[in-house]
Design a protein. Structure first.
Length: 483
């Protein structure tokens, strides 16, 4: 069975549902014709192996008829904000689970992640006096690229778990089978998540006057919690002052917030089925999410993932490790953003502190030399994953902090804008990453190790990082440290 030929076949049959809403030709980049299905003629790494073609076609047909999860107008608002960030006027805060999961879905889980992101954004906005663009790794962050296609336990090999949108974690042949209907379930969960996020961001929860209520119960007890409380009291004071001089603190800019979603653009049949033509502009948008990124493992120049993403109107990210050369980066930029539109492309750097200090200056230099507009975002977690002796995948807070410090140092040296941070984190009190002010150690990792893939910062650790970043941003703008 060849998954490639399977997918190619779908392109000519049921997947046309996605494109049947408009018959005019797709937006083509300078590099030849693009369509929502043109990726199918490329090599697709990390692709699932669907065994039953009819089942796949059924799932795809269903998805093609579902309503868009996000709308082109919202995507364009994000794009405008990212364009401003490109010119130094903004900072991206992107965070959420490594992998969303069907079994872990509930309102509280979504609320808790949203809540910490609000707290972090407040610290960053007030701390750095810069607009913060909030993006959740949520409502679609299901598919996972894996290092090994199979997992072996006690001499038995089964396909690796690739995220709930593809298969299930339980170690049985049935659970590990790649099931196309998981895409339908992932869509429904994403719709619910988005509904919750929209309600929270516009329905009063994000009202800045509630800033004390965002402190999570378990964070409240920690050093970071008290630091946040002190900080929130200061913000409160400023709000009272603004109100006293006549600023309307009940206006939407105080009571509502923009909150966007993003996920890795990995599972192309899903993304294709949710790609629709925007009637007002005639452009194609992948309506599964506001922003999408291509991961380090799937960013091959001639591969399906870059082919698919280059044609959609959404803001894009590409993750890069130390393996990316300056020449390759310029090629990626020219493919993904041939018109050099600010805000279209973010480069998410994830290579560990030492490699970053060595490699990032050359990458920035190439971008500056070629006059390219990109937003530089630091993912300080993916280059710092290790396995402990007791078998847990973990990350050390110190290493994460060191990579962030290196990211800021290099941008200071190069005169470029450190444009954002991308984190795997949760609002919950998990024990998955070691250190920080939190007392998680190698020995206590097992207490609440709940992740389905990579280890996440817990709420207190995430907040601690936000304070660290805010300090660096303040330093850049000449503001004194936060008391
Ligand atoms: O989230 C990132 C990747 O999916 C993950 O790091 C891969 O992990 P693995 O090396 O355990 O396959
Ligand atoms: C797979 C991921 O990252 P990367 O592509 O950077 O390895 C991820 O963000 O979970
Ligand atoms: Mn991950």
């Amino acid at each position: 069975f060849n998954p490639q030929s399977n997918l190619r076949q779908i392109s000519t049959t049921k997947l046309m549902v996605a494109s049947s809403t408009a018959s005019s030709s797709a937006t083509a980049s300078d590099e030849g014709e693009w369509s929502p299905t043109s990726w199918q003629s490329k090599v697709v790494s990390q692709a699932p192996n669907y065994e039953d073609e009819d089942e796949l076609n059924d799932a795809i047909e269903k998805l093609g008829k579902f309503s868009p999860l996000v709308f082109a107008g919202e995507v364009r608002i994000l794009h405008e904000q990212l364009a401003r960030a490109c010119s130094g006027q903004g900072f991206v805060l992107m965070g959420g689970d490594c992998a969303e999961a069907f079994g872990e879905f509930n309102v509280d889980h979504v609320r808790d992640s949203f809540r910490v992101i609000l707290q972090m954004a407040l610290v960053l906005t007030f701390g750095s006096a810069m607009p913060v663009i909030k993006i959740g790794r949520m409502a679609g962050q299901f598919a996972k690229p894996r290092s090994d296609p199979d997992e072996v336990r006690d001499g038995v090999a089964l396909p690796s778990y690739r995220g709930d949108i593809i298969n299930s974690e339980e170690f049985t042949p049935e659970a590990r089978r790649h099931n196309p209907f998981n895409m339908v379930e992932a869509y429904h969960q994403s719709a619910q998540t988005l509904n919750i996020l929209r309600a929270f961001s516009t329905g009063g929860y994000a009202d800045i006057s509630r800033l004390h209520a965002w402190n999570l119960d378990f964070v409240e007890q920690t050093d970071e919690g008290s630091r946040y409380r002190k900080f929130a009291t200061k913000v409160d004071e400023s709000l009272r002052f603004m109100k006293a001089i006549g600023v309307d603190t009940a206006s939407p800019s105080f009571t509502k917030t923009d909150f966007f979603t993003a996920h890795e653009c990995l599972l192309l049949p899903y993304e294709q089925a949710l790609t629709r033509m925007d009637s007002t502009t005639g452009r194609w948008y992948d309506c599964s999410s506001h922003m999408l990124w291509v991961g380090e493992r799937t960013r091959q120049m001639d591969g399906g993932h870059l082919e698919f993403t280059r044609g959609i109107g959404n803001p894009l990210g590409v993750k890069i490790s130390d393996k990316c050369t300056p020449e390759e980066l310029i090629e990626i930029i020219e493919t993904m953003n041939p018109q050099n539109i600010p805000g279209r492309l973010s480069i998410v750097v994830r290579m560990g502190a030492d490699k970053l200090r060595k490699n990032l200056p050359g990458l920035i230099r190439a971008v500056q030399r070629e006059g390219k507009s990109v937003l530089w975002i630091s993912d300080p977690v993916h280059g710092n994953t290790r396995k402990t002796e007791n078998g847990y995948k973990t990350r050390d807070f110190e290493k994460i902090r060191a990579e962030l410090r290196a990211f800021f140092d290099v941008h200071d040296d190069m005169g470029s804008h450190p444009g954002g941070v991308h984190l795997e984190m949760t609002g919950e009190d998990v024990t998955e990453c070691i250190g920080g002010f939190s007392d998680v150690t190698e020995e206590t990792l097992g207490n609440r190790y709940n992740t389905f893939c990579d280890p996440r910062l817990n709420g207190a650790q995430a907040l601690e990082l936000a304070f660290l970043i805010a300090e660096r941003m303040r330093l850049r703008t000449g503001l004194p440290p936060i008391e």
